[in-house]
Structure formats: structure tokens, C-alpha cells
Design a protein around this ligand. Structure first.
Ligand SMILES: Cc1cc2nc3c(=O)[nH]c(=O)nc-3n(C[C@H](O)[C@H](O)[C@H](O)COP(=O)(O)OP(=O)(O)OC[C@H]3O[C@@H](n4cnc5c(N)ncnc54)[C@H](O)[C@@H]3O)c2cc1C
Length: 501
């Protein structure tokens, strides 16, 4: 492959984290920085830039992945949207923008994010807040207000989540200005013709593999040619594609690489393992009337709560969604309704772990994504979801929502026992698209970790990872804000602005 260009810092993937790493490194170093993005330029693309315009599975903006919900025992495949454009998934997500909870970051430190101090994380979040505009109390519909009122009737406090993170109910803060998304491409890179001189953004450039010479990454092979790197390469291709690129480069679990006929460069068992996601189950309701017209997004309000009376971080994250796009299955019969809504709880900190594996040594072949929902040996995830569905049902039957809700569609009032509800959850579970942890951060001696707390890939020089794949544990809230925080943190570590311990 011909060399086409060279640089000091190469960032692969212009998504939520990658755009931030690229911009900050260009600002803070003299080195030449190149950001490569496989997808299209979002700058003049209204569908990408304005909230609720894009079909998330549109093949022009998405990798078109599918994922298996459960590895064994009746799993099925679901569409697993992963954006392919500058801005990444932050340009086709729902813009719910919640900061990680202090308890989440505390758990990260326990899990091996040594010296990721609360004070440093706070600084990274403050820098984000200066860059990204957030609508903290968007004007919502009466129906979403009724959901909030129903939660309040259960004794949950209403709050502004920007001021006061943690358990409570209220409006989702949204990273939008007007309808314009505040993704990291919009807020850090646009306008592209005014970038720092030492930063080059190349879109429609698909990275196929890394070149490792004498244990150091020296270049990336792309469909446009080979790009040489004098300094560091930073993988920011997201929780599915970052492990895929590593494995295609011979870095990953040795046996799996041999099975794929790939020469092993470095045996690293954690690559593609530990996949975490916020699985969703739905209780759906038919409305007496058409769903009210929402202003910004159909998912306006939320509830974060802890099951039972114990104090501590919430263990369920609810989304109240003002539309039903899917067909709902109950038993074997499809039920269609004209007007419906859903209350969709997620297990906030799931214990089940899935995987991303290669299906082929070819870059063009989608990897195998196995979400492995509800598989943890203690059955914590299923027990939590059962409790969450019962609460969702209670909310749906509350006096606040009764005037709007004609009937429960799914699972339906005939599905009452834990056993039947559990089958319903396994048969109909969905995702809110929060994959994380597939190259998790941990201590050097933790065999499952892929990067050490400085985000360096273990055993390979000149290579770091900065995206959702490094999460050592799941955060209790929607993850984009945390991923962007990782972008800021990575830039601190690489530029030497922050030194770990
Ligand atoms: C439909 C949907 C709704 C969501 N809603 C919310 C929400 O409301 N709130 C929230 O907090 N989170 C939400 N999320 C999750 C959130 O957007 C993601 O977790 C976050 O964007 C992940 O950031 P990332 O940097 O890890 O990866 P991404 O943002 O996915 O960026 C990765 C980038 O790398 C590029 N890339 C991949 N492979 C290559 C390659 N080989 N060569 C070059 N480039 C490559 C991709 O095209 C992509 O642009 C949602 C996600 C989806 C999909």
C-alpha cells in the first residue's frame, strides 16, 4: 500500500470522543494531527445536524449492524444502529445529556481507573460544559408532564438533572441549541474551514488495519492508502469498531485470531470482551387520542430510581417515549395500534457481559455482536428488570396517566407472574444503543483489561484508545456525556496536561 501522508497524531474515528481528542491535541501541541472518519462530512447535512430528522438505520449514515440479544436460549437479532459520519452516534442519537454520577466514577476507580480523580473528571466535564450547549429544561408535552407527575405521586422528587444529578424525575437535559445538535463535531470542529492549521479532518476514509513495526504502531492502512504516524495513534472508532480494527491488526485473543486466519501480533484476551449495554424492556400503552406533538424529541422525560427503599445511586433508568415505531409482539400475535407510547426501563448498571467478535478477516464484513442480555449468574439484571416493569405498570395505571391511557398493549394484563414477565422480557427486549467496555480500562495485571489507566493499549507502543470501549464499568445514565468526557481526558493524558499519580 502506498504512503499518502504522515502525521504526529492519528485519530481513527470522528465520533463523540474522537472529534474532541483531535481538536484538543491540535490546540495543545505543535504536532500535525489527522482525524480519519469512515463516514460522510456532516457539516452541511441538515438531516444529520437537526434533531429527530434522521432514520437511525439509514444506510447512508449507519454501519447497518445487527446484534444478537441472547447467546443461548431463544435470543433474536435486533438492528444495532452505529453512526457512520463525522460526529458519530452523537449525530443520530436522542441527545439525552446526563453527566455520569459521582458513584459511577467511584466504581470506575475501584475497577481499575487508578488516579482518575473526581477533581480531574470534574474539570473535564466543566470544559465540556463550556463547549457544548445544553437545554436543561426543555418545554415538554402535557403527557410527559403527566409521566413526571405519576413518578412524583410515588414519592420521587422532581429535579433539574443538570443541577442535581442522581435519583429523581424530570425532563431530559438535551445537548441541542434550538434544534441543532450539539455533537462534538458541531461544537469542536465546525466550521471545518477554520480548523487549526495543524489539524486535518479526512472523511470517507475507512481504516482497515494498523501497521505494527517493532511493537509500535507506525501507520494505518486505509482505503485511500497508508497513513504514517510518527507519534501516537488513538483509536476512537467506538465500542464495535475499535475492537474490530484491533483484531484485524492481529491484536486480540490469540485463539480467535488464529481461527480467523489472522497472524497474532499481540495476544490480548480482553479485546471485544466485556460488552455492556443498557437493555430495555417496554410496557406499551394505547392512547385515547393521538400522541401530542413533541417539540424536540419523543423522549422528553425520565425517571431514575432505586428499587426498594435503600439509598444510593439509582439502579433503574426509565425512558418515557411518545411514539411506538415497532410492532409489539405478545405471545405469537402481532398487535398494531394507531396511537401508543411506551415506558421503557433499563437496568442502569447491568452485570451481564456480551462480546464483539470477528466473523471474517475481511474489513467489510460486519462483526458478530452478542449482547448476551440477562445472562449474569446472579440473575441481578432480570430481577432488576422485573421490579422495573412492575413499577412501569404502576406508573401507567396512576391517576396522572389514566386520562390518557386506554389500555396496556404489551405485555398485556394477562401477563402477571414473574415467570411470564421474564419470558416477555427475553422475547421482546430492545436496546437504547449504549455499547461500552469492549476494550476496558484496568490495571496492568488485570488480564481482561485492554488499556491501562493512561488509555495505552497493553503491550503495544504508540497506541491509545479513547471512546466508549474503555469504560471499566457501566454508568447509570445515558452514556454520551461520559464518552465526551473521555475525549477531554484522553487529550489531557496525551498532551501531558494531566499526569496520572
Ligand atoms: C440511535 C442512538 C441513540 C442514542 N441516544 C443517546 C442519547 O440520547 N443519549 C446518550 O447519552 N447516548 C445516546 N446514544 C449513545 C451515544 O451516542 C454513543 O454512546 C456515543 O456516541 C459513542 O461515542 P464513541 O466516540 O464511542 O463512538 P461513535 O460516536 O460511534 O464514533 C465512532 C466513529 O468512528 C467511525 N469509525 C468506525 N470505524 C471506523 C474505521 N474503520 N475507519 C474510520 N472511521 C471509523 C464511525 O463512523 C464513527 O463516526 C445513542 C446511540 C444511538 C446509536
Amino acid at each position: 500500500m502506498n504512503d499518502i501522508i504522515s502525521c504526529d497524531y492519528l485519530i481513527i474515528g470522528g465520533g463523540a470522543a474522537g472529534c474532541i481528542v483531535a481538536k484538543r491535541l491540535a490546540e495543545r501541541t505543535q504536532g500535525k494531527v489527522i482525524l480519519l472518519e469512515a463516514g460522510r462530512n456532516d457539516e452541511a447535512d441538515e438531516a444529520a445536524l437537526y434533531l429527530d430528522c434522521l432514520d437511525q438505520q439509514d444506510e447512508h449514515y449507519d454501519w447497518g449492524y445487527v446484534a444478537k440479544t441472547v447467546e443461548y436460549g431463544g435470543g433474536f437479532s435486533i438492528d444495532y444502529a452505529r453512526a457512520k459520519m463525522l460526529g458519530g452516534c452523537a449525530n443520530h442519537n436522542d441527545c439525552a445529556f446526563l453527566a455520569p454520577l459521582a458513584g459511577d466514577l467511584e466504581r470506575w476507580r475501584t475497577a481499575g481507573a487508578d488516579n482518575w480523580s473526581a477533581r480531574w473528571m470534574e474539570r473535564c466535564l466543566q470544559r465540556l460544559d463550556k463547549q457544548i450547549r445544553v437545554e436543561s429544561s426543555p418545554v415538554g408535552t402535557d403527557l410527559s408532564q403527566a409521566f413526571i407527575d405519576a413518578a412524583k405521586r410515588m414519592g420521587i422528587a422532581e429535579k433539574d438533572f443538570r443541577q442535581n444529578p442522581g435519583s429523581g424525575t424530570g425532563w431530559f437535559p438535551l445537548n441541542v441549541e434550538g434544534r441543532l445538535r450539539q455533537s462534538s463535531s458541531v461544537c469542536y470542529l465546525h466550521p471545518l474551514n477554520q480548523l487549526p492549521e495543524n489539524l486535518q479532518v479526512i472523511t470517507n476514509c475507512h481504516v482497515q488495519s494498523l501497521v505494527v513495526d517493532n511493537n509500535k504502531v507506525s501507520a494505518a492502512n486505509t482505503d485511500l492508502g497508508r497513513i504514517r504516524v510518527r507519534g501516537e495513534t488513538i483509536l476512537s472508532a467506538g465500542s464495535v469498531n475499535t475492537p474490530q480494527i484491533l483484531m484485524l491488526s492481529g491484536i486480540g485473543p490469540a485463539q480467535h485470531l488464529r481461527d480467523m486466519d489472522i497472524d497474532v501480533v499481540h495476544d490480548l484476551t480482553g479485546v471485544g470482551a466485556n460488552l455492556m449495554d443498557h437493555a430495555a424492556a417496554n410496557i406499551t400503552f394505547e392512547l385515547y387520542q393521538e400522541s401530542p406533538a413533541w417539540n424536540l424529541t419523543p423522549c422528553e422525560s425520565t425517571l431514575l430510581m432505586r428499587l426498594g427503599q435503600q439509598c444510593g445511586d439509582p439502579d433503574i433508568l426509565f425512558h418515557f417515549v411518545l411514539r411506538l415505531r415497532e410492532k409489539y409482539v405478545s405471545g405469537n400475535s402481532f398487535k398494531h395500534v394507531a396511537h401508543g407510547v411506551k415506558i421503557a426501563p433499563n437496568v442502569a448498571r447491568p452485570r451481564s457481559r456480551g462480546s464483539v467478535k470477528l466473523k471474517s478477516p475481511q474489513i467489510g464484513v460486519a462483526p458478530e455482536i452478542n449482547l448476551n442480555y440477562f445472562s449474569d449468574p446472579e440473575d441481578y439484571d432480570m430481577r432488576t428488570m422485573l421490579g422495573a416493569l412492575r413499577i412501569a405498570r404502576e406508573i401507567g395505571n396512576s391517576d396522572s396517566l389514566k386520562p390518557y391511557f386506554k389500555r396496556e398493549i404489551t405485555p398485556g394484563l394477562e401477563v402477571m407472574s414473574d415467570r411470564n414477565l421474564e419470558s416477555y422480557i427475553r422475547e421482546t427486549c430492545e436496546t437504547v444503543y449504549h455499547p461500552a467496555g469492549t476494550c476496558k480500562m484496568g490495571r496492568a495485571k488485570d488480564a481482561d483489561s485492554v488499556v491501562t489507566p493512561d488509555l495505552k493499549v497493553k503491550g503495544i507502543d504508540g497506541l491509545r484508545i479513547a471512546d466508549a470501549s474503555v469504560f471499566p464499568d457501566m454508568v447509570s445514565v445515558n452514556i454520551c456525556n461520559t464518552v465526551m468526557m473521555i475525549g477531554e481526558a484522553a487529550a489531557d493524558l496525551i498532551s501531558g496536561e494531566y499526569k496520572l499519580g
